[in-house]
Design a protein around this ligand. Structure first.
Ligand SMILES: C[S@@+](CC[C@H](N)C(=O)[O-])C[C@H]1O[C@@H](n2cnc3c(N)ncnc32)[C@H](O)[C@@H]1O
Length: 241
């Protein structure tokens, strides 16, 4: 926590160390040295996560899967009623270092319905049938095959199940509805974030709308620590017909 942690994170973002031949190896190498500092900085960078978790339609017995769950901070953002209602909460990630932090959080908090699974969002399979809710928070932008991850989430969801997503994005130049971002935003932010293998896309929201029945969309601008500009992010809640 504090300035030292911020400086370590900023140095890591300025000079990211990424090695490996598969997306999973590259992701683990990116996070290995920084997983412990992750939460303090991301709490001020990744907006909308608490709001997203507050919109989840949990009912008693829900199986919730958080894809690209990282350190499991979303479960801390889930209120106690929703957390306890879930029969099972599965935190899926390809980074063992991030899941180590998540596992320690789960043990420390005594969440006995939460498990961690080292797997890719494109091939994780629940052992006991289809699930009720799938969450992606700031994860799709780090998945090269994000459309395959969305399709896979749809496949493992029960009919009527909920997909909940929040992430950075940019609008299309001529969106058919919703926010339209200025040219400098559409050019600056994808270039800025791609340095850290975060790929902002104008196609997330149109694709999510095409694959799910939209329940709610929220488009906002959020502050970025130590920078004078605001970055666009969205919340999407949809159901599988
Ligand atoms: C920016 S972090 C977000 C973590 C967490 N969801 C949050 O909101 O703080 C992105 C996470 O996605 C994970 N990730 C990237 N590609 C993945 C994939 N194909 N399958 C599962 N997890 C993946 C990374 O390892 C990382 O933990």
């Amino acid at each position: 926590m504090g300035l030292r942690s911020d400086l370590r994170t900023i140095r890591h973002m300025a000079f990211p160390r990424v090695a490996g031949t598969t997306p999973a190896e590259r992701m683990e190498s990116y996070y290995r040295s920084t997983a412990e500092d992750y939460d303090a900085f991301r709490e001020r960078l990744l907006h909308g996560r608490r709001a997203l978790m507050g919109l989840l339609p949990t009912t008693p017995g829900t199986h919730l899967v958080d894809m690209g769950a990282g350190t499991g901070s979303n479960i801390a953002h889930l209120d106690e009623r929703r957390r306890k209602e879930c029969r099972r909460i599965t935190l899926v990630d390809v980074s063992a270092s991030m899941l180590d932090v998540a596992r320690r959080r789960v043990e420390r908090s005594g969440w006995d319905n939460v498990e961690t699974v080292l797997a890719s969002a494109t091939d994780y399979r629940p052992q006991d049938g289809q699930v009720d809710i799938v969450v992606f928070s700031y994860a799709l932008t780090m998945m090269p095959d994000w459309f395959a991850a969305v399709d896979h989430a749809r496949a493992i969801l029960k009919p009527g199940g909920t997909l909940a997503v929040c992430d950075f994005y940019v609008s299309r130049k001529h969106p058919t509805g919703g926010a339209r971002h200025a040219a400098w935003r559409r050019h600056l932010w994808p270039a800025w974030f791609s340095h850290n293998n975060v790929f902002l896309s104008p196609d997330h929201l149109p694709y999510l709308r095409a694959r799910f029945s939209t329940v709610r969309v929220r488009e906002r601008l959020a502050p970025v620590p130590y920078l004078p500009a605001r970055v666009p992010y969205y919340l999407f809640i949809g159901t599988k017909d």
